[in-house]
Ligand binder design. Structure first.
Ligand code: PLP
Length: 434
């Protein structure tokens, strides 16, 4: 059957960004049965025993409680399961000195759905046919933002400013405020902090500046804190979550060990929460309640925040250090390679300046030496202009064993050296130390 599709149907029935590459990766792994691949592509968190145990205990507690039937055998409120909303409000009020009430909180089936609601409630065409943009202040950013808008032209991203530390082979992206436009055509602003794919953490000052630019236009600023504190607390550098005014703090429990249960949490202005809640009622009524009930327990007891800082953060921070150390030891000093500062998340991001082949070709060649990474060009949703940098980066996942990461980085370094060496473009091995 080949049913006719609407514009929205056409848009939503395609895989965007990294999802398309994941299909290729899946097929590579399947076709390569018997061959050992080091898979550094996954965005799926690892199962950490302490974290699994926390969810097991929370489940046992739920099963033993009189609440169980009410949780799984009945529909609930669209806004979310009340004990979870209360646990979040109490935890955040105490932790950050806020005055949240339950009206400031919405629970969604994963945070991806939250961005879908917001992208289509605030982005796209108004009744008067004005195009409201979903502004991504800085690319690269989460590839999923490319798929959430039913009106793809509404997603608009800006090139960053590159803050270089060339002698150390490090760099960091910063928002380029001289280019960034937030105005009456902006529907909402969205960015991840810490960032998937780069591990970048926008500074508190940069975040306040973005929020202040959006404030006069009553534009919501969604800060995707899927890796932020207090859970999963995958920030390796100090950062303060920002709340209040037009800022919506958006969280996910996926990297805190519950990706299968699909729990997203939005904290923000009452009116914005109401709009998103209506969207949710129309779409799926409410988030599943089993996951919400176990999350309520782990948040109310404080166990989730503790495990995040004591187990989850050090685990991935250590993986980043292995990437960093191995690349420092094995990448030639005279090549223009730059690792993004590892400030958080579960990825590292490598920029190979003047790379003689594209990121996609590099991905294919890396597969030949048994290493799978994600080509970086998938992480520029909304950035339409040509920019050679887009084809010079790869995302390296921190979700492999220490040894796999080490071997993977050594093989990558060897291959990258060969690629620059065989290039006909001269002088590429001397750019760096400037
Ligand atoms: C930055 C970022 N935001 C949002 C999501 C979606 O998370 P979920 O829908 O599982 O909450 C992800 C998933 O990897 C992510 O990396």
């Amino acid at each position: 059957m080949d049913p006719a599709l609407t514009q929205f149907g056409d848009e939503m029935s395609r895989l965007t960004g990294v999802r398309a590459i994941m299909k290729d990766i899946k097929e590579t792994l399947r076709a390569g049965i018997g061959r050992e691949f080091i898979n550094l592509s996954a965005g799926n968190p690892l199962i950490l025993p302490e974290v699994e145990q926390l969810w097991r205990e929370s489940t046992a507690d739920l099963l033993a409680s009189s609440e169980y039937g009410n949780v799984v055998c009945r529909y609930g409120d669209s806004q979310g399961y009340q004990p979870l909303i209360e646990a979040v409000a109490e935890d955040f009020n105490r932790r950050y000195g806020l005055k949240l009430t339950d009206r400031n909180i919405l629970i969604t089936p994963g945070s991806q759905s939250l961005y879908f609601y917001a992208a289509n409630a605030f982005g796209g065409y108004t009744r008067g046919q004005q195009l409201k943009q979903i502004v991504l202040p800085l690319n690269p950013d989460y590839t999923g933002y490319g798929g959430v808008a039913m009106v793809p032209e509404s997603v608009v991203a800006y090139k960053p400013f590159l803050d270089m530390d060339a002698p150390a082979h490090r760099f960091k992206y910063r928002p380029d405020f001289s280019q960034l436009e937030i105005n009456e055509n902006t529907g909402c602003v969205l960015f991840s902090r810490p960032c998937n794919p780069t591990g970048n953490v926008l500074t508190d000052e940069e975040v306040h500046k973005i929020a202040a630019l959006a404030e006069p236009y009553q534009v919501p600023v969604l800060i995707d804190s899927a890796y932020g504190p207090p859970f999963p607390a995958l920030n390796f550098t100090d950062m303060t979550p920002v709340f209040g005014g037009n800022v919506m703090h958006c969280m996910s429990l996926s990297k805190a060990g519950l990706p299968g249960e699909r729990i997203g949490i939005a904290i923000g202005d009452e009116r914005v929460i109401q709009i998103l809640e209506c969207f949710q009622t129309n779409m799926c009524i409410h988030s599943p309640r089993y996951g919400q009930a176990i999350a309520a327990r782990a948040i109310a007891s404080g166990a989730l925040a503790d495990i995040a800082t004591e187990v989850i953060r050090p685990f991935y921070q250590n993986k980043f250090k292995i990437v960093e150390r191995t690349l420092d030891e094995s990448m030639p000093k005279d090549l223009p390679w730059f690792l993004h500062r590892g400030e958080g998340a579960i990825f590292s991001w490598l920029w190979l300046k003047d790379l003689p082949i594209t990121d996609w070709e590099l991905y294919q060649e890396l597969k030949q030496v048994g290493v799978i990474v994600v080509p970086g060009s998938s992480f520029f949703p909304g950035l339409r202009e040509e920019w050679v940098h887009k084809q010079q980066c790869v995302r390296i996942s921190l979700t492999a064993s220490d040894q796999e990461i080490e071997i993977g980085m050594i093989r990558l370094a060897e291959l990258v050296e060969q690629i620059y060496d065989r290039s006909s473009i001269s002088g590429q091995r001397s750019v760096v130390a400037s």
